[in-house]
Write a protein that binds this ligand. Structure first.
Ligand code: SF4
Length: 276
């Protein structure tokens, strides 16, 4: 059995029961937006809520931006909510309300990059595609390159290697490598004894030489991200007086309000902020 087959068999036995794996292409589309920067356990309830409220691109396309931002709630990085909303409008107007099935058409949608386009092609339509998120990159780098961590940015050589490794059961391979990285080949404590790649893993065979971790996000406390989250949490409840937003650094608060307004996530007057 090839390494790829071993990983796929492991996946068939051990995969988590995630609802978007049994959903429509639109369900996959929504899940990929939500999962971009948010862990599975926080996405799960929100995904169910959204799919019930907006079961197709056409339903979401007809929603008001303010409702979409409110419904995104605390998933973080609310720009994603607006891009998802805009994508739904493009799908509704230009693709007959159906998620497009080609890489080029997907890539042309707001908020869809190379990874998301590949993931949708693979998970929604079973097409052969390179699907390289952080988890998959870590697995491939350890197994094939012998490096503990991938480099900060994806190189052409790494993409070519990933493409070369895709077996015939490509959609299962994409899901399997992602799941292996999430559950077994984790960043800090890989469970190599349970890994179907343990016999051929270059990093393990080399005695686990230490690598350089990918850059992680800076501290949360006092960051612009926290400030933006505080502003968005305040205005999801309704129009808010800026002075009532509890934030210690007035200059940072003002700067974040300007940024959020530029991103169309809020509307600001000299004294108040509200959802668009
Ligand atoms: S053997 Fe260990 S390090 Fe290598 S791919 Fe498997 S879990 Fe990752």
């Amino acid at each position: 059995m090839s390494d790829q087959d071993s990983v796929i068999e492991w996946f068939i036995e051990n995969q988590r029961d995630l609802p978007w794996r049994k959903s429509t292409p639109w369900g996959v589309f929504v899940s990929e937006f939500m999962l971009q920067q948010t862990p599975v356990n926080r996405v799960l309830p929100k995904w169910h809520e959204w799919m019930e409220r907006w079961p197709s691109p056409t339903h979401l396309a007809a929603a008001a931006s303010s409702d979409v931002i409110k419904a995104w709630d605390r998933l973080g990085y609310p720009r994603r909510a607006l891009r998802l909303h805009e994508s739904a409008q493009v799908i509704s107007q230009h693709h007959g309300g159906e998620v497009p099935t080609t890489y080029e058409a997907l890539l042309a949608l707001p908020g869809v990059g190379d990874y998301t386009a590949g993931a949708i092609l693979s998970f929604a339509f079973g097409q052969r595609a390179v699907v390289l998120d952080t988890n998959v990159r870590r697995v491939i780098n350890r197994w094939h390159v012998g490096a503990e961590f991938p480099t900060t940015s994806l190189s052409k050589a790494e993409r070519a290697l990933a493409e070369e490794l895709i077996p015939e059961r490509s959609a299962l391979w994409a899901g399997a490598t992602m799941e292996l990285g999430a559950l077994i080949c984790t960043s800090k404590k890989p469970a190599c004894e349970e890994c179907p790649l343990r016999a051929t893993c270059a990093w393990r065979c080399a005695g686990y030489p230490a690598g350089t971790p990918m850059r992680t996000q800076g501290k949360w406390h006092g960051s612009d991200r926290q400030c933006r989250g505080t502003i968005m949490a305040a205005i999801r409840k309704g129009e808010t007086h800026i002075a009532a937003i509890s934030w210690p650094d007035a200059e940072q608060l003002q700067r974040c309000i300007v940024d959020l307004e530029r991103e169309k996530l809020l509307v600001a007057s000299t004294s108040h902020v509200r959802l668009p």
